[in-house]
Design a protein around this ligand. Structure first.
Ligand code: NI
Length: 201
């Protein structure tokens, strides 16, 4: 299901940034800038599809699973989703200070509806941040995933990190739902992996 895919040559070329020599370099830079603007929009769509998966998952969860205490003293499902939202807020606050940071969610009181609304808002803000950062036309030049972390120059790896973080936590939620006795239907877990369908929607 998660077989490695070959990077299409067009994308590989767009991410190659080392050039040398005069006019050819200028022409190539213009070409790359144009591709980069497209890259900002593609990154925005990728993150929006990822955000749809979170919404699908929250909608499909049995409400009784939301605050149920999982075995082993690990975070509740409510705490995982509030963490995802709060981490997004941190990324935006540290990386794109020109954007308004949404209010944080409290794991102890947050309902599934509040989590959905919060994630929709922080998701939109991440989409804006990615559009600006990867589109190459904003003051955002570095991605700060944490105040103690080394900043990364903005690029596709920023998007990969953000999407992987959320997929990791969706996996935890699916596992916890199962362990708590509220397993998700197969059609829900398949829909969560259907990037092609979410991409079209
Ligand atoms: Ni995390």
């Amino acid at each position: 299901m998660h077989a490695h895919q070959r990077i299409p040559p067009r994308v590989a070329a767009a991410t190659t940034r080392t050039y040398d020599g005069g006019e050819e370099q200028l022409a190539m830079s213009a070409h790359i800038n144009k591709l980069d603007r497209g890259m900002g929009q593609i990154a925005a769509r990728i993150f929006a599809a990822n955000q749809q998966m979170n919404q699908l998952l929250i909608e499909a969860l049995n409400p009784a699973a939301w605050k149920a205490k999982p075995p082993g003293g690990v975070r509740t499902i409510a705490a995982i989703f509030t963490h995802m939202h709060n981490v997004r807020c941190k990324w935006v606050r540290l990386t794109a200070s020109h954007l308004t940071v949404p209010a944080l969610l409290n794991r102890a009181h947050c309902t599934p509806d509040e989590a959905r609304a919060g994630l929709a808002e922080s998701g939109s803000r991440c989409v804006e941040m990615l559009t600006h950062a990867l589109g190459g036309d904003s003051p955002v030049t570095e991605f700060l995933r944490d105040s103690l972390a080394q900043p990364w120059p903005v690029g596709p790896e920023m998007l990969c990190y953000m999407v992987a973080h959320e997929a990791h936590h969706r996996g935890q939620v699916c596992m916890l739902a199962h362990q708590l006795g509220f397993p998700l239907a197969g059609k829900v877990t398949s829909a969560m992996w259907n990037w092609e369908r979410l991409w079209r929607d």
